[in-house]
Design a protein around this ligand. Structure first.
Ligand code: PLP
Length: 366
């Protein structure tokens, strides 16, 4: 039996999303077609747009469907960053880092939140910027002080794009309340299907320059026929997702079990999502930990990426100043349907994994 504790990679599909998709799959039309079949598809898409816009705080006409979070982030940087210098948090996801490779990095404190003092200095020292800041970090769950950053951006005439991909459905997310220029969300992190996401725009930015041109869909802001059934599943998942507070007790139990066996909780004293913990185990390579737990039927992930037999330390953990520990941490992220049995299985597997990987024989071999 598999115990799936890798929700931040992708959430299990919610039954509400599955039902909505199955219903929408029965519709044949293209939402751009004027005939009755096209209008039926369009109705499903526009109803879903209204649901998502209301859920995350924008006008329906200011929500642009994309292929996922990566494209929504790239569209934001492309459209809102034109003619501006780019400023991003040091622990942003690769979706932002790749879209803004020459950006100025805002350092983070050792427990994860960005250094607001440094951000203020950067913003006051140059021409108007586009700042990109994630609301919740994918590896540690750290919640960034986005409202404070938005206030600084307002003072200095900067725009603020918020990557809310990990936050949406897991904590309160509202474009208007955050005071941001735009936010990116992604269906599969909420319990909807993969392959769809959205960029939500503040009214003054609603006519963005497209990244993908084509048939003029999404009011000319994103070409391509929209995936109507996936969009219906996205909206249904967003309505079913009610936050992660209820998961925090299970997450804390998993954490306690790991800490007793030598783990350190990374960023544990900063505000965090209730479903996420990042556990560093001194002396044990992250990829070896993931494999050992997988062999025990427990799915988690490593902050560090492994290529050509070498473990590259996570840029998130390196930015937090973890040094060698940045290559020795795993992420445990509880999905919406996690149970006490999943956490018990994790705790039992963690003990065996920690004992084995930290035995002197294995350490010498590694
Ligand atoms: N932003 C963050 C913070 C993420 O964690 C991810 C995916 O892990 C993305 C963006 C990219 O989203 P998607 O997988 O929908 O392209």
């Amino acid at each position: 039996m598999m115990h799936y504790l890798d929700a931040n990679a992708t959430e299990p599909l919610r039954p509400e999303a599955r039902d909505a998709m199955l219903a929408a799959c029965g519709i044949t039309g293209n939402p751009s077609s004027v005939h009755c079949a096209g209008r039926a598809a369009r109705r499903v898409m526009e109803d879903s747009r209204e649901t998502l816009a209301a859920r995350f705080g924008c006008q329906p006409g200011d929500l642009v469907f994309t292929s996922g979070g990566t494209e929504a982030d790239a569209l934001a940087v492309h459209a809102l960053g034109q003619g501006r210098r780019l400023v991003i948090g040091a622990t942003e996801h690769d979706a932002i880092r790749a879209a803004a490779p020459d950006a100025t990095l805002v350092p983070v404190l050792s427990n994860g939140p960005i250094d607001l003092g440094v951000l203020a200095g950067i913003l006051s020292a140059g021409p108007p910027a586009l700042v990109c800041l994630m609301l919740a970090n994918n590896e540690t769950g750290t919640i960034q002080p986005v409202a404070e950053a938005a206030a600084l951006c307002r003072v200095h005439g900067a725009r603020l794009h918020v990557d809310a991909v990990q936050a949406a459905g897991r904590m309160a997310v509202n474009l208007g309340a955050l005071g941001a220029s735009s936010i990116a969300i992604s269906s599969h992190k909420i319990g909807g299907p993969t392959g769809v996401g959205a960029l939500l725009l503040a009214p003054e930015h609603s006519s963005v320059v497209p990244l993908i041109r084509g048939g003029g869909q999404e009011r000319g802001r994103r070409g391509g026929t929209p995936p109507v059934a996936a969009i219906a599943g996205f909206a249904a998942a967003a309505m079913a997702a009610v936050g992660t507070e209820a998961l925090a007790a299970l997450r804390d139990a998993a954490e306690r079990a790991a800490v007793i066996h030598g783990a350190m909780v990374v960023g544990g004293d900063a505000p965090r999502l209730g479903n996420t913990t990042c556990l560093a185990l001194p002396g044990a390579r992250a990829d070896m930990q993931v494999i050992a737990l997988d062999l025990e039927g427990v799915a988690v992930s490593a902050g560090a990426a492994c290529s050509s037999g070498k473990v590259a330390a996570s840029h998130v953990l390196a930015a937090m100043g973890l040094g060698a520990l940045a290559g020795q941490a795993i992420r445990v992220s509880l999905p919406w349907n996690a149970s006490a049995a999943d956490v018990d299985a994790f705790a039992a597997a963690y003990v065996r994994m920690a004992d084995r990987l930290r035995s002197p024989l294995v350490s010498r071999a590694a």
